[in-house]
Design a protein around this ligand. Structure first.
Ligand code: MD3
Ligand code: FE
Length: 204
């Protein structure tokens, strides 16, 4: 891709097939306790095409009143399950100077789902990177600069790929244009899971 923002690091194939299968097994356990829910946009109540859940001390949620991080699941009211150790190990490897991640957002894309261009700015600090893990069908990912409407570039994220968004890229506009159906055999029902690890509060 021509113009990737400074601070975007792609690690293709960071998780091999066995590690991907182990992660999916972890996620099945997490989603049994913290089921996927379909958020709605603030004000408009338009449903997301993506379903979501979280693990970690804090989880990202959206409802008609706005976006926020909270300690409990919006439907069950119970605390989010813990972040799997393999993901904490990944964070320590790629973000050795950052404090521990507090949130792991789980996005599930059916093959028709997408995510419009947006910035991630609901955290109290942008010092730590966002770390993304892709599982299942390949996605076409689009990233631009820190202002809306500038030049963008797009590339594919395949199962097992990791993206680290630090530096300038931390506040870059980004989105998912499409999922390529049937591109992976990892998830029995197809589709794509994206995990994003985040630091939300300033380190104490
Ligand atoms: C670039 N998720 O959850 S992950 C999100 O594939 C989100 O589900 C997408 O955007 C997904 O907010 C993209 C890669 C990613 C994550 C965070 C970023 C790219 C980013 C933050 C800044 C710039
Ligand atoms: Fe995002």
């Amino acid at each position: 891709p021509a113009t990737l923002p400074e601070g975007l690091r792609l690690i293709p194939g960071r998780f091999d097939r066995a590690a991907q299968e182990a992660l999916v097994a972890d996620l099945r356990g997490i989603l049994a306790k913290a089921p996927l829910f379909r958020p709605v946009m603030p004000r408009t109540a338009k449903p997301f095409s993506v379903r979501m859940s979280n693990c970690g001390a804090l989880g990202w949620v959206s409802n008609v009143n706005g976006y926020r991080y909270q300690a409990t699941h919006p439907v069950t009211g119970t605390p989010w399950p813990g972040i799997p150790p393999v993901l904490l190990d990944l964070w320590r490897e790629v973000a050795p100077d950052a404090p521990e991640p507090e949130a792991c957002l789980i996005n599930y894309y059916e093959t028709t789902a997408k995510m419009g261009m947006h910035q991630d700015r609901d955290e109290e600090t942008f010092d730590a990177p966002v770390v993304s893990v892709s599982l299942g069908d390949t996605a076409t990912f689009r990233v631009g600069g820190t202002t809306r409407g500038g030049k963008t570039s797009s590339f594919r994220l395949a199962s097992g790929d990791v993206v680290v968004l630090g530096g300038e890229a931390r506040l870059a506009y980004h989105g998912i244009d499409r999922i390529l159906p049937g591109s992976s055999t990892l998830l029995k029902n197809g589709g794509r899971i994206n995990l994003t690890l985040r630091r939300v509060t300033r380190a104490t």
